[in-house]
Design a protein around this ligand. Structure first.
Ligand code: AMP
Length: 365
């Protein structure tokens, strides 16, 4: 029997796009989040409460055939009791490891997936020692709860140690060697409970200030794609993973260096909504509901542009042939992800066209 009631912890734009992908499949999503105005609550029913409120989580779990996540930072302790109520997918172990950059790098290293040289930092003295051991420049990051470049400081010289410590200093940090990458790419993969895996083409991602600005896909590079798939399969098999997993990589001297993973649908996979036969959102639902996985074939070349801080003019963008517009229904705030658009160009020779149009749009956005 198919599981058709999906509980989603967190009702942000990822949850919203999951719920929207669920309707044609007959999947009914129920969210848990703090307010009724969230992107998800605008499109599907929502329980109101704190994301780690034990009673609310138990209620969500008891009303769901399977529980999944828009927000992956829920603690293992809050999750554990829910496993006796319903199925939790992706599994708790995947969330726990991805919540701590140090644990994540340890897993990658154990699975022989290259990572940047790094060290745990608990004090200013340890930061000094780490910069000496690993070298400069480097990036000091909070191990937990960092996202979109928050909780990060790039150290270019030793004289910045005090400044870095004042900016984010606390226990629970990691210092990483700065990667002089030629590209950033990500791989979105999907695994079913039976162990079947499918992968989307690699996407090439451009960040500004630590936030994803735009992605272009497919990033056609056969050998990098093969390697990325191999790495992703190792991670998914090790965690007995179910659902969508995204791994972000730096390309350094033609090699992949894993940066981080997200145990959920990912911003760098939004292009798959229009750009592939089956979107990452639909495939996540298919995987966690034990439905057959859908084709991940790309339909052409796609550029995806994030709208940060303010929404661009709708009419102007809708006049562009092949453009799809996504508004998450959020209040504007500086730097906040409010929506995105994709431009799909079906003919392969149009690869640069989609990118050029995307770049022009970024100037407007
Ligand atoms: P993260 O939160 O780790 O995904 O970092 C956000 C962005 O900051 C990355 O996508 C990179 O553009 C940049 N960044 C993070 N870590 C490093 C690093 N070790 N070397 C160079 N750039 C980095």
């Amino acid at each position: 029997m198919k599981s058709l009631r999906v509980g989603i912890v967190g009702a942000g734009q990822l949850g919203r796009m999951l719920a929207l992908a669920g309707y044609p499949l007959g999947v009914h999503c129920l969210f848990l989040d703090r307010s009724a105005g969230t992107p998800g609550a605008q499109v599907a029913p929502t329980l109101l409460g704190d994301l780690e409120d034990a009673a609310r989580l138990a209620e969500l779990a008891s009303r769901s055939d399977v529980l999944t996540f828009d927000w992956e930072n829920i603690s293992g302790a809050a999750l554990k009791p829910l496993e006796t109520i319903t199925r939790v997918r992706p599994p708790r172990a995947a969330l726990e490891v991805s919540q701590d950059r140090l644990a994540e790098k340890a897993l990658f290293a154990k699975l022989k997936i290259p990572v940047a040289a790094h060290a745990a930092v608990e004090s200013k003295q340890e930061l000094l020692a780490a910069t000496r051991k690993i070298g400069l420049p480097g990036v000091l990051k909070t191990r937990r709860l960092g996202y979109d470049g928050k909780g990060q400081f790039v150290l270019r010289e030793a004289a910045q140690i005090d400044e870095a410590w004042d900016a984010i200093g606390a226990a629970g940090l990691i210092y990483e060697k700065f990667q002089r990458f030629s590209r950033e790419v990500s791989l979105v993969g999907v695994r079913s409970a039976a162990g079947e895996t499918v992968f989307y083409p690699l996407s090439a991602n451009t960040h500004g200030g630590g936030i994803l600005r735009y992605s272009v896909a497919p990033f056609a590079h056969a050998s990098l794609e093969r390697t990325a798939r191999l790495y992703s399969k190792r991670v998914m098999n090790a965690l007995d993973y179910v659902g969508v997993l995204c791994i972000e990589f730096f390309v350094v001297d033609g090699r992949l260096i894993a940066n981080e993973m997200a145990p959920r649908v990912h911003n760098s996979g939004h292009w798959t909504i229009e750009g592939c036969v089956t979107s990452q959102f639909e495939n996540h639902l298919r995987a966690i509901c034990d439905m057959p996985l859908g084709s991940t074939r790309a339909l052409g070349h796609t550029a995806m542009i994030n709208f940060l801080g303010k929404m661009p003019d709708l009419e102007r963008l809708l006049a562009i042939d092949g453009l799809a517009f996504h508004d998450y229904g959020k209040e504007p705030r500086p730097g906040r992800k409010l929506g995105h658009c994709t431009i799909l160009r079906r003919q392969s020779r149009d690869r640069n066209l989609a990118l050029a149009e995307a770049l022009r749009l970024i100037e407007w956005a």
